[in-house]
Design a protein around this ligand. Structure first.
Ligand code: PMP
Length: 357
């Protein structure tokens, strides 16, 4: 830290992204990326001619991409906001809809780590609500909380989802505050609450191209909500970085929207591989939380969370381990191809056997 850093950031605890080591080739199951390639139309969209156009600025209104998303979901483009990854939209939302003195925020104590970072970054009072004993988010805890509400559904890193009815109870009881539902993982078996945005102007649904649409490296996220909420986010974007989606990512996202069936079929494969991995780990004595996401959260009585993470890494498989006391015995494991899942299961079996001796 230099002596020039503003006072308000000196104690800020920044987000720690999943590791991306380059010392060897790993089976990478630590950052919830898709194991599948972007669809053929995306590959075609990034032509040499388009690369040449990089000399020009991108379209700050992102009209083509917003239009395609709007058509896919049956909304108007005024209901769609797009930005540089859903992290960017979460960032803008904390900026726009939370206020240090006037309006705090509430989110689950165990959830996506960035929520806490944004709250700290903007000096917003954060109420972190504990999960139930079974690691689920209890809808009752979010009724009439008098704050902006942020919930990942399905939640991360647990993978456990709330129903649309439960989300509606939360949204309907907090009409004077924004309720942001982060649906980064909803395509893997969760229920989307996007339709509720037609009825509730305080509901903002945030989605990403990073998981189900195989475009983590393109950095694209979108939000669906009332035109007023979207206009607020636009205001923040135009006050920070109006060209924040590059030309190639915009084309990739627009092309991806045209091949929705390809991506949804991939999601069904992920669900099958998730069932395979869950069954196999349960057979090895693991406890696996019921996941509706492209990852599982699992622990074993036979080996500690950190020990398993380190052993897997040593053998070329990366999973995500968190040091938080309440979840340190678990690992979050991204669902990959069937081959990757089989190698993972064999490797864990071997580690447990060696551990017994
Ligand atoms: N929300 C949740 C719950 C996530 O796990 C992630 C991925 N780390 C994100 C948002 C951000 O995804 P991206 O910025 O790649 O869209």
């Amino acid at each position: 830290m230099s002596r020039f850093l503003a006072d308000r950031f000196q104690s800020l605890d920044a987000y720690t992204p999943g590791e991306q080591p380059t010392d060897m080739k790993y089976i990478k199951l630590n950052t919830n990326e898709s194991p599948f390639s972007p669809s053929p139309a995306v590959l075609r969209a990034i032509s040499e001619e388009r690369v040449r156009e990089l000399r020009l600025y991108s379209d700050p209104t992102c009209t083509l991409l917003r239009q395609r998303i709007a058509e896919q979901f049956g909304f108007e483009k005024e209901n769609i906001f797009v930005s540089n990854g859903s992290d960017d939209i979460l960032n803008f939302s904390f900026m726009a809809f939370c206020d240090g003195n006037r309006c705090g925020v509430a989110f689950p104590e165990i959830s996506y780590g960035f929520y806490k970072v944004y709250a700290e970054l903007y000096g917003v009072d954060a109420k972190m609500i504990p999960l139930a004993e079974d690691f689920s988010v209890r809808a009752e805890d979010y009724l009439d909380v008098g704050r902006t509400v942020v919930i990942a559904n399905p939640n991360a890193p647990t993978g456990i989802a709330l129903s649309v009815e439960e989300i509606e109870r939360i949204v309907a009881s907090n009409t004077d505050h924004v309720v942001l539902i982060d649906e980064a993982y909803v395509d893997f078996g969760g229920e989307s609450c996007v339709e509720l945005t037609r009825k509730y102007p305080n509901l903002l649904v945030v989605r990403t191209f990073s998981k189900s649409y195989s475009l983590a490296g393109a950095r694209l996220g979108f939000a669906i909500g009332s035109s007023e909420l979207i206009a607020d986010l636009e205001k923040i974007k135009y006050s920070t970085n109006p060209y924040n989606i590059n030309r190639l990512s915009m084309l990739a996202g627009a092309a991806a929207m045209e091949e929705n069936d390809y991506y949804m079929a991939n999601c069904r494969v992920i669900e099958q591989n998730r069932a395979y991995l869950t069954d196999a780990l349960c057979a090895l004595g693991f406890e696996v939380l019921p996941s509706k996401a492209n990852f599982i959260f699992a622990r074993s009585d036979k080996i500690g969370g950190e020990a398993l993470y380190l052993e897997l890494k040593r053998r070329g498989i990366l999973v995500r381990h968190f040091t938080n006391e309440k979840i340190k015995e678990y690992n979050r494991i991204t669902i990959g191809t069937m081959e990757e899942m089989q190698i993972l299961v064999q490797t864990i079996e071997a580690i447990l056997k060696e551990n017994e001796r």
